[in-house]
Design a binder for this molecule. Sequence first.
Ligand SMILES: [Zn+2]
Ligand SMILES: [Zn+2]
Length: 235
Amino acid sequence: MIRILKSLIDIFFPPKCVICSKLNENFLCDDCIRNISVTGNYVCQFCGKPTIRSVNKCLECKDEKLYFTKARSFGIYEGVLKDVIAEYKYKNVRALTKLLTQLLYITLQKYYRDISFDSIEYIPMTKRSKSFRGFNQSELLAKELGKITELSVNGFLIKTKNTKKQMSLSLSERRKNLIGVFDFVGSKENCRGDILLIDDVYTTGYTVSECSKVLLNNGANDIYVLTLARSLLIQ
Ligand SMILES: [Zn+2]
Ligand SMILES: [Zn+2]
């Protein structure tokens, strides 16, 4: 029944690329994927910012106390990738989950191949924000990635307070804005080893860092961050 319904929907509303509107089953066509600026061989070894040569720490992270072990992203937060993430989050194109998770998986293979992860976590939203949007994009991506990697997705983090939009704040305000807003609701026995932490966009690293701190305080050894996009604060 569901299959028949789906084929009827496909006939009347055929799936299209969300960027160029060409017919495409994955909602993003190969031509548009090729236009994404993918992070290359040279990145900051700590925060994953694209650099012209390999560095241990870059200008963006060298003076920051960030609690994760490493962060890596599929591409730069601009052009097609930025537009696709906006379609996904704000226009509720949940059908993009599979394709975006493939991009995360490629990044996982590229940078974290040698790490055997114990579990996956994702950045939580407050209950209010999640019911407003209808879903948490990081959670959907993490769960799909869990299926591909056969890793358990714990969901041990919750966000307890609604915060101001990070974009509207100065750097120091952004950090303060997030302190103490995440809590742990899982079992400490299962929060251990190397954890892969998923989010959609990395900007200052403060959000993933605060979440990493909570996981480390509850038994994890190392947190490796994986995001779809990397926003560049300093070009
Ligand atoms: Zn396209
Ligand atoms: Zn860096």
